[in-house]
Design a protein. Sequence first.
Length: 88
Amino acid sequence: MKLIIAIMRDSDTDIVSTALTSEGFRITSVASTGGFLRRGQTTAMIGVEDGQVEDALKIIRKTCTQPTPEDVRHTILFVMDVSHFDQY
């Protein structure tokens, strides 16, 4: 299992969340602030099976606003191994 952490602009949150959930992914979003994007942002956490990582990343890349030459960072993605998972 993998955990995708996507730090994105607030303006991208709804469209990314809708696109992911319509394809059966579960997403948890938290409003966040910090130095990555220096604007209003959201941190999304998406738990996926190993074989689903690329599909989820494609959706995120497709639905997030594309950067301009003056503003190169819109979304930061991390993919991490999950050693343990419980759901109850």
